[in-house]
Ligand binder design. Structure first.
Ligand code: RM4
Ligand code: MN
Ligand code: MN
Length: 423
């Protein structure tokens, strides 16, 4: 389904009076709003192809209908999101869930929808039909060289697909680890994984990056071979300058100080990218900002501060992606909410009075430092985010327009109740 521009224009003219009032108030509260809005307009968050259908849990799945049945429909769904919010201008594909058959046609479709190809994701956490060796006991860490070789070759194949599409990064997430004490020799698992990663790294094109994602637990419940940021950092440091750590918000043990992790990785020039979601217990894959919006703001505060300290471009120098796929919402509405939450946290972070915060820190003025941060968090930046969308041709209220146009009903009409492909 392609959104008619007229619908957006009509919606915006209905919303304009209220928006103008709110925007005037925000401008009176926040400094340099024009520069801030320009940064918001440039910021794009990639949508993973697997977030467009309901995710399910090991207990069940409740598909809502109208889910994309192939890679083209997945792109169309992301195109819809991007037309509404102008901030979802990239797709992240997962191989083998999204193997392209016609690269040129797919690139054309993406270009028509204003979408770029973000990081490619490999998959050695499931066995595929016809596969010679099983990943039941790991992939890159496996005790059997033949299994490792198969997993390495898969990753190289993913790079080749990505090259043909114009992607420039590979994200490796490994479920490798062990479920029971004694199952694995930790050092050997590390060494095998490093050796395998080196072979994948050697196949990277010159202008590509490799992101190594970490995760504390699941599906393995005793050890994970890339279990935390320190372990990921240890691998990527050995691999070379094209290798970076990727932070997925749901992959930490409870109460981990993710903002501090981000700050240190940035300082070490080894933060590569993000998978955004929210969680209360673990890898819950909930809507970004739905449970811990203050934490999201604190993370963005460190991102902005750390990127500025190194003169980095906020929009381009790190990979930004949502990684969420849960069971109870319309996936497209959920993604609109996630992107909105990210833009709000980014805008809040941009509005922090950094010189005042630095001065308070230098004076050990703990109270003032908290006041400064919470002032930025509690000041309503939503009108600035809406204005950025308006100036970019998007909708003032994407969820409202999505509902009033009955997009889901139309998608069900077009596609029926099929399940999203790959899931
Ligand atoms: C993992 C991890 C990866 C994602 C898979 C589907 O938990 O977050 O990034 O590719 O899920
Ligand atoms: Mn992830
Ligand atoms: Mn995850």
């Amino acid at each position: 389904m392609i959104l008619d521009k007229k619908h957006i224009e009509n919606h915006n003219s209905d919303e304009l009076v209220a928006h103008t009032r709110r925007l005037a108030h925000a401008r009176s509260e926040i400094n340099n709003t024009d520069a801030l809005i320009e940064k918001l307009k440039a910021f794009q968050v990639a949508i993973p192809s697997w977030a467009l259908g309901t995710g399910g849990t090991r207990f069940g799945r409740f598909p809502g209908g109208g889910e994309p049945g192939n890679i083209e429909q997945k792109l169309e769904d992301i195109g819809l999101l991007h037309a509404l919010n102008r901030s979802s201008g990239a797709v992240s594909l997962h191989i083998p869930w999204d193997i392209p058959s016609d690269y040129a046609a797919l690139k054309k479709l993406a270009a028509d929808l204003g979408l770029a190809f973000d990081a490619m994701n490999s998959n050695t956490f499931q066995d595929q039909k016809g596969q010679a060796h099983s990943y039941k006991f790991g992939s890159l860490q496996h005790v059997d060289r033949n299994v490792r070789k198969q997993a390495i070759e898969h990753n190289i194949e993913v790079i080749r697909h990505g090259e043909a599409l114009g992607s420039q990064s590979l994200t490796v997430w490994l479920s490798d680890g062990s479920c029971f004490p004694g199952q694995l020799n930790f050092r050997k698992a590390y060494e095998n994984t490093l050796e395998s990663l080196r072979e994948i790294y050697a196949a990277l094109p010159a202008d590509w990056k490799l992101f190594l994602e970490y995760k504390a637990f699941e599906p393995n419940f005793y050890s994970t071979t890339v279990g935390d940021w320190g372990q990921s950092y240890s691998y990527v440091n050995k691999l070379g300058e094209k290798a970076y750590t990727l932070v997925d918000l749901g992959h930490h043990l409870p109460n981990a100080n993710i903002e501090q992790i981000v700050s240190i990785l940035l300082m070490e020039e080894k933060l590569g990218g993000f998978h955004f979601n929210d969680s209360k217990y673990g890898d819950d894959d909930l809507t970004t900002g739905s449970v811990k919006p203050y934490q999201l703001f604190l993370i963005f505060n460190e991102l902005v501060e750390g990127m500025d300290a190194r003169g980095m471009n906020h929009a381009r120098d790190l990979g930004w992606m949502i990684d969420a796929s849960h069971n109870v919402k319309d996936p497209l509405e959920d993604l609109l909410q996630s992107v909105e939450a990210l833009m709000i946290a980014y805008a809040q972070a941009l509005s922090v009075d950094t010189p005042a915060l630095k001065a308070a820190q230098a004076e050990n003025d703990v109270v003032l430092a908290q006041e400064i941060l919470q002032h930025a968090f509690r000041t309503d930046v939503r009108p600035l985010v809406a204005e950025a969308r308006l100036q970019s041709g998007g909708a003032l209220n994407p969820v409202k327009l999505f509902r009033s146009l009955e997009v889901r009903k139309k998608l069900i009409g077009e596609r029926g109740y099929q399940l999203a492909s790959g899931l």
